[in-house]
Structures are given as structure tokens and as C-alpha cells.
Ligand binder design. Structure first.
Ligand code: ZN
Length: 247
């Protein structure tokens, strides 16, 4: 009853905040299927997972999130259980954008996933090392490179912003801009959201390729079927994640 009241208040607040742009469709969610209150993953549970089963779990969690089940109920019990060790199912590389709460959008709690974050979800040696640690040392089955709509880093790169260390960071998105321009008909400025989407997708694709090219460790694991390396795009408007599994 209390949860229902909180949900109702939350919906009212959301409706007042989003006004006419509210594209959120609220459907009834079966809470018994959620990862809510689930205990921390154990080594045994992790060992039974496959790359495809992890993709399924993340898709299901995101479906719940997009259907307005927005947060996972972590508990102090779970906090303390996690002290014994961690056996996360995946590592997600995301942009730093404050509107992309990675654990939440997959309905994940403490101990479920590794999250690496850097503006523009770009890959470098440190990120690759983190991914290798997640998969080779900690047993994760999936690497996800996740871009998102309305990405400020993508917009800044398209605008060719030069400022301090941001200049070098944005230079890593330039190949995606060049690739997106090859087949793109129309306006290739930030004014065109379709072009920004094309750059975002090209960037995710190139970063996935870079993971395979610059990490023989992960490439070998993928070739053996031990892990999968996939792309994804988070849509700020709907809360939905589109998986790009064959890139
Ligand atoms: Zn971003």
C-alpha cells in the first residue's frame, strides 16, 4: 500500500515535470519477477551464466525500468553479503551523463554489474584493462559498450569544441563523425538529431571494434564463446536500451 502511494506520488510528479513531452507509457509490472531484493550474485550462480543469458537478464531488467519500475531495492543485508566477494555478470561501458543511471536502467543492484564510465563511452588502455579484469579475472560474461541519445560529448565533438583535456577526449569521437558522414544525406550539424544519432551509433560500433582489436585477451575469450562483446544505445526519451548484438 505504501509502495502504491509512493508510486502514485511519483507518477504525479513525473507528469507535472514532463508536461506535453511525456512519452512514458505506464504499464502494470509484475514485481515478483523483478531482481528487487535479490541477493548478491555468488560464484556458483555466475558460473552458470552464459553471454546470451546475461543479455536476456539485462533486457528483462531494462524492460522493467522502462515500464516505470525505476529502482532496485538494495538492502544493508546485500551490502554486507557483497563484502565476501564479487561475481558480476557483465561490464558496461557508459558515458558519464547524469541522465544514464546504468545500474538502474538494467534493474541491477549491488554486485550485479561492473560499470566503467567516461564521456562519450570511448575506449582507452585503462578501460580495456578494466574490461579484461571484469571478464578474465572476475568471470563476467558480457561486455557492453553503451552510447545514448542527446549525448553532450557527441554534440561537442560534432561542434569541434576545443578546451583543455576535452580536446583530446573528443578527438577519439572524430572517426565516428567521419564514418557517419560517409553515407549520411542531409545536414551534418548538431541541429540535426538524426545525424547525432548516426554518430552515436557509429561511435558505439567503432568502440566495439576497438575492444576486439586492442584487447587480444577479450577477443580470444569471445572467439571461444566465453564472453560476448556487444553494443547498446540508451534512449533518454523512453528509458529503453536497444542492444546491438551483431556488430
Ligand atoms: Zn553522453
Amino acid at each position: 500500500m505504501k509502495n502504491l502511494l509512493i508510486l502514485s506520488i511519483g507518477l504525479m510528479l513525473m507528469a507535472s515535470c514532463t508536461g506535453n513531452n511525456n512519452k512514458l507509457s505506464v504499464t502494470k509490472v509484475d514485481n515478483t519477477e523483478m531482481q528487487n531484493n535479490k541477493k548478491v550474485l555468488t560464484a556458483e550462480e555466475q558460473s552458470k551464466l552464459t553471454p546470451d543469458s546475461v543479455i536476456k537478464i539485462l533486457k528483462k531488467g531494462n524492460e522493467a525500468f522502462a515500464n516505470n519500475n525505476l529502482t532496485v531495492n538494495n538492502s544493508m543485508e546485500r551490502v554486507q553479503d557483497a563484502v565476501q566477494g564479487q561475481y558480476p555478470e557483465a561490464i558496461v561501458l557508459s558515458c558519464i551523463d547524469s541522465r544514464v543511471p546504468v545500474e538502474d536502467i538494467f534493474q541491477c543492484g549491488i554486485g550485479d554489474i561492473f560499470v566503467a564510465r567516461v564521456a562519450g563511452n570511448i575506449v582507452d588502455t585503462d578501460i580495456l584493462g578494466s574490461m579484461e579484469y571484469a571478464c578474465k579475472e572476475s568471470g563476467s560474461k558480457l561486455v557492453v559498450v553503451m552510447g545514448h541519445s542527446h549525448c553532450g560529448a557527441v554534440k561537442s565533438a560534432v561542434n569541434d569544441v576545443k578546451l583543455g583535456n576535452i580536446t583530446e577526449l573528443l578527438s577519439k569521437i572524430m572517426p565516428a563523425i567521419n564514418q557517419a558522414k560517409v553515407n549520411f544525406k542531409g545536414d551534418t550539424t548538431v541541429a540535426n538529431s538524426e545525424f547525432l544519432d548516426a554518430v552515436c551509433r557509429a561511435n558505439v560500433g567503432l568502440m566495439v571494434s576497438e575492444v576486439r582489436k586492442d584487447s587480444p585477451v577479450l577477443k580470444e575469450m569471445e572467439d571461444k564463446g566465453e564472453i560476448k562483446i556487444v553494443g547498446a544505445i540508451y534512449d533518454l526519451e523512453t528509458g529503453k536500451v536497444e542492444f546491438l548484438e551483431n556488430i
